[in-house]
Design a protein around this ligand. Sequence first.
Ligand SMILES: *[C@@H]1O[C@H](CO)[C@@H](O)[C@H](O)[C@H]1NC(C)=O
Ligand SMILES: *[C@@H]1O[C@H](CO)[C@@H](O)[C@H](O)[C@H]1NC(C)=O
Ligand SMILES: *[C@@H]1O[C@H](CO)[C@@H](O)[C@H](O)[C@H]1NC(C)=O
Length: 374
Amino acid sequence: MGEQSPITVYILCFGPFLLGLLSTSSINIVTLRLVFHGMCCYSLVVIESMHRHGLWVTVGEPEEETVVIPDMPCGLEMKRGHLPSPWSLAGLVDFEGRAAKAEAEADGVVVNSFDELEAQFTEAYEKLMGKKAYNVGPLSLCEGGVQAERGNKSSIDKDKCLSWLDSHEPRSVVYVCFGTIAWLGLQKAMEIGEALKGSGRPVVWVIKPGETESWVSQFGEGLDWLVIVGWAPQVAILSHKAVGGFVTHCGWNSTLEGLCAGVPMVTWPHFAEQFINERLVVDVLKVGVRVGIEVQVRWEREMLVGREEIGLAVERVMGGGEEGEERRRRVREVGEMAKKAMEVGGSSYVNTTRLFEDVKGYVKKGNVVVENGL
Ligand SMILES: *[C@@H]1O[C@H](CO)[C@@H](O)[C@H](O)[C@H]1NC(C)=O
Ligand SMILES: *[C@@H]1O[C@H](CO)[C@@H](O)[C@H](O)[C@H]1NC(C)=O
Ligand SMILES: *[C@@H]1O[C@H](CO)[C@@H](O)[C@H](O)[C@H]1NC(C)=O
């Protein structure tokens, strides 16, 4: 900055909904606006395409019907019931409109992903939006990828957890976690519990407090299981060599963390864009096996797959013969690519550098740039 008085650089990087709220107030001082969705480009293309072509499923429409997603490079077809519901169903029409407007006006999109994973979808998204998408992830690999905590404090001592894993054979443990929001009802817990018990494999199962925890804990007694109630040190668990498979709800953070760790997945989407992520994992990357969820969880219904289906999917991922070997090889490769992307000179490193340069460009032009964080 030389002799000039120091300039404070602020970057506005919000989820589109908050950006939408802001755009009505202090927006005249904002000149560089970046959106962060917490989704991958693959899902962003699908969702943007749904917006443009009116593919949202509304109440009463057949969920079984298949629709082609027009802007997908590889010609994706999806069941309508697997597409996320619009916010307007929850009466948030105005909110949604403002968010869409804010997104349309934004200068760029920051994505927790990396180029090698989804270059063609990143390109498709950029083309669709007419703006840059900066793939700066996987963010879970910051701090060398050994962070114990993400989002909240762990409910279990990380070392205790790791020493439990240390006492197990490589790739022998099934790790089960459905993320922050999904609710585990008793019936679902019982089906999962029986399937895991039937697999005869060691298990780490993460459940939320108040969530059938007494049933799960009792059921796990005498079995080679580690039941974690609350927040788990997920990145550390997935990165441990004892973990051989990940039963996941396909939220993007979890999916990406599984990919980084090179762990094949049993995909069990619940709602939002999780069914789209499942397609990326199973059909594009070919590193997962779907458990077979056909309908989204909504308030009034609990999705159901039986213990047999769960058991089969777990077996295919943990064992699975040659097909299983192939899947493990592929996901390890993805994990290696992820690490390279974050290294100096890697694609995410380059994208992050470019992002900073673009921000500096705005400052040079004399614009004031406003910062905030989600
Ligand atoms: C998702 O991951 C990012 C980066 O690691 C983190 O900042 C964010 O809090 C995570 N979200 C949730 C819901 O854990
Ligand atoms: C984080 O932990 C606090 C305290 O245990 C809890 O109230 C909060 O809901 C947790 N947040 C998430 C995202 O799980
Ligand atoms: C991100 O990096 C890739 C690979 O180096 C490059 O092709 C792409 O243009 C970069 N994206 C941006 C927005 O700079």
